[in-house]
Design a protein around this ligand. Sequence first.
Ligand SMILES: [Zn+2]
Length: 378
Amino acid sequence: MNSKKYNNIKLAVGISETVLLFVLTFLFLYMGYSKKLSDFLYSYVESDYVVLILFTILTGLAASIVLFPLNFYSSYILEHKYNLSNQTLLKYFTEGIKSTLVSGAIGLPILILFYFILKEFGDNWWLVFAIAMFFVSVILSQLFPIVIFPIFYKVKPIEDEELKERIKTLAKDAGLKVQDVYSFDMSKNTKKANAAFTGLGKTKRIILGDTLLSSYSKDEIETVIAHELGHYKKKHIVKNILYGTVNSFVLFFVISVLYKSTIPWFGFSSINEIAALPLLTLWAMLIGLIQTPIGNMLSRKFEYEADQYAVESTRKPNSFIQTLNKLTEQNLGDKEPHPFVEWFFYSHPSIKKRISAIKDFIQSKSIIEESQFQEQMN
Ligand SMILES: [Zn+2]
């Protein structure tokens, strides 16, 4: 089966990248290269912050060079092989450079803030940093649709009048304005289709890939929008930020304890030492083994809730099921992943589970397709 193979290769490459990064970071610390690099940088510059920035850029660059073959295979060669990509090689690189620069522009200030907190608050860094990250995530969620996303895609309000009218009715029930539905030029990179609910406060909006608008019927698009409105109605972004905050208090605390007690293993004496900081990444990766499935479990719960809302608000369960099937085909999704793979890695339930949950739901609520409903009324 085509989609099975595609997804298995993607997963295998992803796992290999993570394992490789872990092993290399471990060796980098254990063999003393981290110390050598920071000593080398200190021989030219005095400021801790400048050393920190250079150290991060150099190690980041080295990691991306080592991971490049796997990364390129997964995100370019494989996508073309399965006829999912619209990118030229040049486009692939310019998009890659763009996203590196944007992540740098966001990541470096956070790193500097982190190091400042580490120096100022010592062993209590985890508490202060968790509080700081709460504010950072609120600001980033607000900025994402209006500042960050438009760097990558052209975003414009949807134009189709009939579709707009339909969305207006749906959105009114959910309490969102129609002006908050946009399309973006997803087709410049991929043949896949997608939609999302994004933003916070005044910036919240639904964004639809042009790939979705071009090949789906109005009924189908309506159900996708209703699903995204479900995320809005059930306050999933706010809940994610709250979960993320509680999570980061626990996570940073555990990491701070593990970090402090293991720095002597690698010959470091202070938690402030820049050369010791990659050890934080190692611990974060290990704890990620617990965090990933928990985060995905929550995300899947939200997806089921949004699906229920979509069916309840549109009363078009059949169109919605058809749309989900069509999207899975188009995106080459694995219809029935291995249960463990789904449990650990999937942020969305597999299509099979989603459809059976929708069927259970419509039965329990006796929801029938709108057209049939009208027939009965007549
Ligand atoms: Zn969703």
